[in-house]
Ligand binder design. Structure first.
Ligand code: DGL
Length: 257
């Protein structure tokens, strides 16, 4: 019986193609596992929607993955994690559910001089979960939360570089750049796909971090603790679903990039 659970896939979901940045990290660290990914591109972006709407969509995504027989769920979306993770854990008590949050702790631990900019969606930055994170790590630090409406859409459209994106990023980062930036935390899972362009805009000296490794480590810990981790000699499969059929091709491009 236990053996069967180990063989089941791990379910990932996001508002769109962004969570593939987390899935990619998981495959890198645990290629033996089977994965099912659901992108809800038909409803992206989540970050500008009401809390009720984000919760409703999140529940639908979880139900879809449960219907596929997953053994654990990764909420590969900072926005959905901020808004709904507590409710999800209360509702699905027997299912390991792992979320993602902006990597503020690792950024603070770098002990660099200068500003830490946290790029994320409006919803993530407004939620209590983010306020708690700030209370814990911001003391004595220059931390600049930066909502980036519009950036998710570039990634959803497969635009990861080029003049138009660079101009958009320059504009959005203009105010935050008035003080020297030490690091940028990518607090939305779509943003790692445009990391190189962000780096080009802010310069090589700025450290850019994201929360995917922390999430994958937590996933691994939970699989081990629940004794449902796949044996390492296996080679897993990856199955990608999207509520917008036309995003499947882009999803495969992103995961293989
Ligand atoms: N990828 C998402 C996140 O990590 C959501 C972006 C959005 O749909 O607004 O926050």
């Amino acid at each position: 019986m236990e053996e069967l659970i180990k063989n089941r896939p791990i379910g990932f979901f996001d508002s769109g193609v962004g969570g593939l940045s987390v899935l990619k990290k998981a495959i890198e660290h645990m290629p033996e596992e089977n994965y099912i990914y659901l992108g809800d591109s038909a409803n992206a972006p989540y970050g500008v929607k009401s809390i009720e709407e984000i919760k409703r969509l999140t529940l639908e995504n979880v139900e879809f993955l449960l219907g596929k027989g997953v053994k654990a769920i990764v909420v590969a979306c900072n926005t959905a994690t901020s808004v709904a993770i507590e409710e999800l854990r209360a509702k699905y008590r027997n299912m390991p559910i792992i979320g993602i949050e902006p990597a503020l702790k690792p950024a603070v631990e770098l002990q660099q001089l200068g500003r830490i900019v946290i790029m994320a969606t409006n919803a993530t930055l407004k939620e209590k979960k983010f306020k708690n994170l700030m209370n814990e790590y911001s003391f004595g630090k220059d931390i600049y939360p930066l909502p980036c409406p519009g950036l998710v859409e570039f990634v959803e459209n497969g635009i990861l570089n080029g003049e138009r994106l660079e101009q958009f990023l320059k504009k959005i980062l203009e105010e935050a750049s008035k003080e020297e930036i030490a690091s940028i935390v990518l607090g939305c899972t779509h943003y790692p796909f445009v990391k190189e362009t962000i780096q080009k805009v802010v310069g090589e000296k700025v450290t850019i971090l994201d929360g995917s490794l922390g999430t994958v480590k937590e996933l691994k810990r939970k699989l081990i603790r629940n004794e449902i981790k796949q044996i390492e000699s296996e080679k897993g499969y990856v199955k990608i679903y999207n509520t917008l059929e036309e995003k499947i091709k882009l999803s495969h491009t992103l995961i293989n990039a």
